[in-house]
Design a protein around this ligand. Structure first.
Ligand SMILES: Nc1ncnc2c1ncn2[C@@H]1O[C@H](COP(=O)(O)OP(=O)(O)OP(=O)(O)O)[C@@H](O)[C@H]1O
Length: 317
């Protein structure tokens, strides 16, 4: 790629409770200081990230880099927008500005400062290929950057989004605490449900699934490593199923998950790493995709690993 002449910024100023907005200001001040042309496209409502990214990708402007500033939900929308465009391989740059930022954690993005990151993005000659997930089913077809969860973690996302304390805790930069307090609420309310998994010509049935997460990298909920072995560069997705357990057994498992990741060895946890698998769950449960609510459904989804090109300075190790 030759010299970048313009940066098209897609900004969700709402993300991270002002964090994305302030990151964008730092980036645009820097771009002004080096006289590099840019345009800021702000998302105004749900779904805008898809629309704006699709429109920009369709323009196929040469010597232009598209850079997303927002949280995981915004990046999810922009990836889906580009994939829906006539040029689905259009690379995306990303400056994390959300409250959870699980994608940047999962790909081990080391540069945190927005100005240093835009400098690194500008200096990249070739985009980096990073795994993403793809989930398809009747009436559903989406790409995801982090994970899709059914049950417990999705209930936690639901209660967090509908909690009056979320904004307050986010203001204190305590988004993870907000997630944690609502996790306790989900423990008391999430029922067990039936789950069928099809993978590599094998079937596995669960009568009492409780946490089900198909994931591209280790993290969900703002830094909890649901599967420490997942790797966004190995061209596989991981699936973690935790059976319904209660009381002290659950408390012990949760402690393992929150501390050293040894929960994967627990007899109540099942996990696989595959290029694709199918999940069917019933009755209706909450779902989440990259931290965004999917509402309640009987899920019937085929998962497969996919890739996208990113202007992101990351390595596999
Ligand atoms: N102008 C806007 N006003 C309100 N909500 C918006 C606006 N633009 C986008 N959104 C919504 O913001 C949500 C995405 O937020 P995002 O995930 O990027 O930030 P976050 O939740 O702070 O970060 P993270 O997911 O990393 O914790 C989406 O639901 C999207 O529809």
């Amino acid at each position: 790629m030759s010299k970048t002449n313009k940066i098209e910024i897609i900004l969700n100023y709402h993300a991270g409770n002002g964090h994305a907005k302030s990151a964008c200001r730092k980036v645009t001040n820097f771009l002004d200081s080096i006289n590099l042309n840019y345009e800021v496209h702000t998302t105004r409502s749900d779904g805008d990230g898809i629309r704006i990214a699709k429109e920009l990708a369709n323009q196929q402007l040469s010597n232009v880099k598209i850079v997303v500033i927002g949280g995981d939900g915004t990046l999810n929308q922009c990836v889906n927008g580009v994939k829906q465009s006539n040029f689905p391989n259009t690379p995306l740059g990303y400056i994390p500005g959300g409250s959870g930022n699980d994608f940047s954690r999962g790909i081990k993005l080391k540069i945190k400062d927005p100005v240093r990151l835009i400098q690194a993005i500008l200096s990249m000659e070739k985009p980096r290929t990073i795994d993403i997930g793809q989930a398809t089913g009747p009436n559903f077809s989406h790409y995801f950057i982090n994970n899709i969860g059914i049950g417990f973690d999705a209930s936690t996302v639901y209660y967090t989004n509908h909690s009056a304390r979320k904004e307050f805790l986010n203001k204190l930069r305590l988004g993870t605490l907000s997630y944690l307090t609502n996790l306790l609420k989900a423990i008391t309310r999430q029922p067990a449900f039936k789950l069928d998994v099809d993978y590599a010509a094998q079937q596995k049935h669960f009568d009492s699934a409780y946490i089900v997460v198909a994931t591209n990298h280790p993290y969900f909920g703002g830094g909890f490593a649901i599967d420490p072995t997942a790797n966004p560069f190995n061209h596989h997705l991981n699936l973690v199923v935790v059976k319904k357990i209660t009381g002290l057994t659950f408390a012990k498992l949760l402690t393992k998950l929150l501390t050293d990741g040894s929960h994967l060895q627990d007899k109540n946890v099942w996990h696989i790493e595959r290029t694709d698998f199918t999940l069917q769950s019933s009755p209706k449960q909450f779902g989440q995709m990259d931290g965004e609510e999917l509402n309640k459904h009987n899920f019937d989804l085929h998962f497969q690993v996919n890739q996208h090109l990113f202007w992101l300075p990351v390595n596999e190790d």
